[in-house]
Write a protein that binds this ligand. Structure first.
Ligand code: CUA
Length: 358
């Protein structure tokens, strides 16, 4: 009984320590789209089907253990050979169970995993995995962005997935998934979200370095809000001077610190963009809710911290530190760059950027 006293609290504590919950932001048990619901229904069907099997097997085992246990040393069990009726029954029952699992599984696979030809009605996005962030291209609208995928509620989102380096996996648990991103191979996944909301996801394939920080958000909005978002990207506002001195300084630092050598920022100047960027596109950064591949909320303080010392936020990432350790201007300059970035695409640029940090 002593082992039981030790094992029982451990068994109860394990799920708590693992932070298991049924309605978490990344829980497959609270589906928010038809694919996720399909997968959850399939899981629950299999789960309930396994109960009678478990009760039957353990019941028979326990019964036999007690009923036929050796009582006397000289006792010999009854010797028998085969029981055709029992063998037929024990073959038929599993076959029925396998069929009961296979039919809905195959039906669901055909419904959700068959290649679909994207139409005008769909939102079509090329997803490219990078160590350790996500690029989202919307060929229908000529938009490129990173780490935050916008889509209207109720619309089918057709994703074409590929990788620029190693194998990654696209996974947004509440909407469904997951599908690998493989270099030189296009995989497809389609999703449909029921309601507006923010659905966090993350890379689900070990891709070294900052894999655990390779996160993203699917931002589901109403149709008109999505159209506004698209329009703001199709004609990003180019701001070369602002009434806010901090933003002006930030804009200058974007060039002098070399940020625009790696990151495309269509708001920076007409026609200035890095050809085939291998780092996140920062156009309309002020519309983002997060920074560092959805690791931190995009407040002035967080964005400044990310720029000043990226390794402290996301160990292993490839963003260089632009200042010497003891540079007295580091914090001030990083904050200016953050203020500039947060002003891009945001409606009320100066106020929003400075309000964000307080
Ligand atoms: Cu990308 Cu793990």
């Amino acid at each position: 009984m002593r082992w039981l006293r030790r094992a029982l609290p451990a068994a109860v504590l394990a799920p708590l320590l693992a932070a298991c919950s049924l309605d978490g932001a990344q829980s497959t048990f609270s589906p928010a789209g038809e694919i996720a619901r399909d997968q959850m229904d399939l899981f629950m069907w299999t789960y309930w089907l396994s109960w009678p099997v478990m009760i039957g097997v353990f019941g028979a085992l326990i019964y036999v253990l007690f009923r036929y246990r050796r009582r006397r040393d000289d006792e010999m069990p009854v010797q028998s050979h085969g029981n055709p009726a029992l063998e037929v029954i024990l073959t038929i029952i599993p076959v029925i169970i396998v069929i009961a699992v296979a039919i809905p599984t195959v039906r669901s696979i055909f419904r959700t995993q068959t290649y679909v030809e994207p139409t005008e009605e769909d939102v079509f996005v090329h997803v490219t995995g990078y160590q350790w962030w996500w690029k989202f291209d919307y060929p229908q609208y000529g938009i490129t962005t990173a780490n935050e995928l916008h889509v209207p509620a109720g619309k089918r989102l057709v994703l074409q997935l590929n990788s620029a380096d190693v194998v990654h996996a696209f996974w947004v648990p509440r909407l469904g998934g997951k599908v690998d991103l493989i270099p030189n191979q296009d995989n497809q996944l389609w999703l449909r979200a029921d309601e507006p909301g923010i659905y966090p996801g993350q890379c689900a394939e070990l891709c070294l370095g900052a894999h655990a920080y390779m996160r993203m958000k699917v931002i589901v909005t109403e149709e008109d809000e999505f159209e506004e978002w698209v329009a703001s990207f199709q004609e990003p506002e180019v701001v070369t001077a602002s009434a806010d001195q901090q933003i002006n300084q930030g804009r200058q630092l974007m060039a002098s610190k070399g940020c625009i050598g790696c990151h495309s920022v269509d708001n920076y100047a007409e026609g200035l963009s890095v050809g085939q960027p291998i780092y996140p596109d920062l156009t309309n950064f002020g519309l983002r809710t997060s920074v560092g591949a959805a690791v931190l909320d995009a407040t002035l303080e967080n964005v400044a911290q990310w720029i000043a010392d990226p390794q402290s936020v996301k160990p292993g990432n490839r963003m260089p530190t632009l200042w010497q350790e003891d540079d007295p201007n580091r914090e001030q300059e990083a904050t200016a760059i953050a203020a500039y970035l947060l002003s891009l695409g945001a409606e009320n640029d100066a106020q929003q950027a400075s309000a964000g940090g307080n």
